[in-house]
Write a new protein. Structure first.
Length: 246
């Protein structure tokens, strides 16, 4: 099995001068989304995890950001979870875009700990041994809140059939070792990620490694790279994976 994955926080299509998409000119908002799509088209990942990606609402500037990116980048299969939703006003969340059919879809926000739009979506790539893929967004402000959110995700994933697993997203923490969310996910779910990867936030002069890809030990990395493009205030991370021997 060979699989290429990519994760990117798209910041609601308004990552820099204007923090709210409904304040941007429509042409500027669509231009940002199309630059995201061009990056995805160039990298041609099998699975893309997006965070802060919205469906059409007042907040999103009446643009279905997920559909726009997926259509422009050529991804026919989309799984979006609304983690903060008020009909007509907000439809914020995370998404998976895939070139292959997605099965066993699920989504969850983090309840009182979601801090506006935090949660995850999970699905399985079609096929007997298709891997499970997750797009995750954790709280940016509180380590105890992130711990509770990670525990909720761990419990949910343990209820699902055992498969090779890929957890991607914005962890809002830099830890690879210790007690933070990345280390806890790795320890509890048997995942790993490269040490010493480049920082991803804030673009273009990133200082913190907030975004990443974690994989089960049934998989190994053949490539792991932070992309230089500045289509958001986060850099994208791309990884190429293959099955381990045996």
């Amino acid at each position: 099995m060979r699989l290429k994955v990519l994760t990117l926080n798209v910041a609601h299509g308004a990552p820099f001068a204007v923090p709210m998409p409904f304040l941007r000119r429509r042409a500027a908002l669509l231009g940002t989304l199309d630059r995201v799509a061009a990056l995805l088209s160039r990298e041609a990942a099998d699975v893309v995890a997006l965070q802060e990606a919205d469906r059409s609402s007042l907040f999103s500037g009446r643009v279905d950001q997920v559909a726009r990116i997926a259509e422009q980048a050529g991804y026919p299969h989309v799984h979006h979870g609304v983690h903060s939703g008020v009909p007509g006003l907000f439809a914020q969340g995370t998404a998976l875009l895939c070139r292959h059919p997605l099965e066993s879809r699920d989504t969850a926000h983090f309840g009182r700990d979601r801090r506006v739009d935090k949660g995850y979506v999970v699905a399985t790539l079609a096929g007997e041994r298709g891997p499970e893929v997750v797009s995750l967004h954790l709280d940016p402000f509180s380590a105890p809140v992130r711990q509770r959110q990670v525990d909720q995700l761990i419990h949910a994933l343990r209820q699902r059939p055992e498969r090779p697993r890929v957890v991607m997203g914005d962890f809002n923490a830099e830890d690879v070792e210790g007690q933070g969310p990345v280390a806890r996910l790795c320890a509890e779910l048997g995942l790993h990620t490269p040490a010493g990867a480049e920082p991803t936030y804030p673009a273009p002069n990133a200082r913190q490694r907030l975004d990443g890809v974690l994989i089960s030990h049934a998989l190994r990395f053949t490539r792991y790279e932070r992309l230089p493009d500045t289509v958001s205030d986060h850099h994208a991370v791309v990884a190429e994976l293959t099955a381990t021997d045996g």
